[in-house]
Design a binder for this molecule. Structure first.
Ligand code: COA
Ligand code: ZN
Length: 328
C-alpha cells in the first residue's frame, strides 16, 4: 500500500539502501580522536610525520587536530602550528574539530578547509564534555556552522553517544534522529554517528540506523565506532548492509575512553581496511604503508607512555595533575 509522504513520515526517496557499497570513504581520526587521549605530549613534528604517512598510505580524509580550548585538551594545543606545517596534497582533505566561534577563528587562520562540530544524543554527556546541554550546544554551533559555510568550508557534525551513554545507558533512536535533523537544517553536510563508548552490538546499529536512514540521506551518514567490546567490525558489517559507506577509524586503533575504564580505542583503520578489502570493497589505502604509519605512532606512544607511568606516580602523589581527557 502506498502511503503519501508528508513531514511526519519517512521520506521514501532516501530510504536505507540495501545494496552494499563498492567503495568506502574512510575518515582517519587517529591524529585527533586518538591522540587527544594520550597524556604525554607528542611533538608537532611527530604528529606531522604521522599525518604525512597516513596520506602516503592513501587516506584522503584526515582529521588532524582540534581547535578546542588548550586547557581542555593540552595535547592539541599546537593545532594552528600543526595545520600550517602540513603541505597541501592533491586530493587529501584535512579537517579539524571546532567547538565555538573562537575555535573557528583559529581554524580559519590555519587555512584548513574542513571542520567538524560536535554534540551528542545525551544531555549528561554534552554537559560533561563541553559544559552545555544538547540544546545549548546546537544554539552555540549554529553561528559556527553558518559562518563556516559562508567561508566555503565543508562542515561535518559528530553525534556522540548515539547508542549508549556512560551516564544514561541505552539511548533511544528518536533523540538521535532529532539531533541529526537539526544539524542538517543548520547546514552540516556530513553526520558522524558515534558509538562513543563502544557498547553497541549489530542489532543496536540495525535498529537505530534503519530508522534514521528513513529520514536522512545515506550519502551524508558516517559511522564512528569504538572497539571496546571487539564488535566494531561487526557493527561496520551491519552498517554496510544498510548501504552506509563512510566510516571513521583510527590508525593503530589509537584512542580510548576515559569514561569507560579499560576501554580500547577507536576502530582501527588497519583492521577496517583489511576487512573491507577482504570483502571486495575498495578504499584506496595501501595496507603496508598504513602499517608503517600505525607503527610509527605506536612506537612514539610506547616511548612516551613510559614517561606517563613515571609522571603517573607523581600524579598519584599529588605532584602533577592532568585535566581529564575528553572523548568523542
Ligand atoms: N580555542 C582556544 N581557547 C578557547 C577556545 C577555543 N576554541 N574556547 C575557549 N577557549 C578558552 C577561553 O578563551 C578561556 O580562556 P581563559 O580562561 O584564558 O580566558 C577558556 O578557554 C574558557 O572559555 P569558556 O568560553 O568559558 O569555555 P569553557 O571553559 O566552558 O569550555 C569548551 C568550553 C567547549 C571550549 C571546552 O570545554 C573545550 O574546548 N572542550 C573540548 C572538548 C573536546 O575536545 N572533547 C573531545 C571531542 S568531543
Ligand atoms: Zn571517537
Amino acid at each position: 500500500m502506498d502511503t503519501p509522504v508528508n513531514a511526519a513520515e519517512p521520506d521514501k526517496t532516501v530510504k536505507a539502501n540495501t545494496v552494499k557499497p563498492k567503495t568506502v570513504k574512510i575518515v582517519e581520526v587517529g591524529p585527533r580522536d586518538g591522540l587527544q587521549n594520550e597524556k604525554a605530549l607528542i611533538d608537532t613534528s611527530t604528529k606531522r610525520q604521522f599525518i604525512e604517512k597516513l596520506a602516503d598510505a592513501g587516506l584522503k580524509f584526515i582529521e588532524v587536530t582540534s581547535f578546542v580550548s588548550p586547557k581542555a585538551v593540552p595535547q592539541l594545543a599546537d593545532a594552528l602550528e600543526l595545520v600550517r606545517s602540513l603541505p597541501p596534497r592533491e586530493g587529501v582533505h584535512y579537517s579539524a574539530l571546532v567547538p565555538n566561534l573562537k575555535g573557528l577563528e583559529r581554524a580559519l587562520e590555519s587555512g584548513i578547509r574542513e571542520i567538524a562540530v560536535f554534540t551528542a544524543a545525551s544531555n549528561s554527556f554534552t554537559q560533561n564534555n563541553i559544559n552545555m546541554t544538547i540544546e545549548e550546544s546546537l544554539a552555540a554551533f549554529s553561528p559556527v556552522v553558518d559562518r563556516a559555510r559562508r567561508e566555503g568550508l565543508f562542515v561535518r557534525g559528530y553525534i556522540s553517544t548515539a547508542f549508549y551513554c556512560p551516564f544514561e545507558g541505552k539511548i533511544e533512536k528518536e533523540p538521535v534522529l532529532a539531533v541529526c535533523q537539526r544539524l542538517l537544517e543548520m547546514g552540516v553536510q556530513e553526520l558522524s554517528i558515534g558509538d562513543t563508548i563502544g557498547q553497541a552490538v549489530p542489532d543496536d546499529v540495525r535498529a537505530t540506523m534503519a530508522h534514521l536512514l528513513q529520514f536522512l540521506p545515506v550519502s551524508q551518514v558516517a559511522m564512528h565506532f569504538h572497539d571496546t567490546n571487539g564488535l566494531a567490525i561487526e557493527n561496520v558489517m551491519a552498517s554496510l548492509d544498510l548501504g552506509i559507506s563512510i566510516f571513521d577509524s583510527s590508525a593503530g586503533g589509537l584512542g580510548g575512553c576515559p569514561y569507560a575504564p579499560g576501554a580500547s580505542g577507536n576502530l582501527s583503520t588497519d583492521a577496517l581496511v583489511h576487512f573491507l578489502h577482504g570483502q571486495g570493497i575498495q578504499t584506496g589505502v595501501d595496507e603496508i604503508k598504513l602499517a608503517e604509519a600505525s607503527g610509527l605512532i605506536r612506537q612514539v606512544i610506547q616511548q612516551t607512555d613510559g614517561l606517563v607511568e613515571d609522571i603517573g606516580n607523581l600524579e598519584y602523589l599529588g605532584q602533577v595533575t592532568y585535566p581529564p581527557a575528553s572523548t568523542l
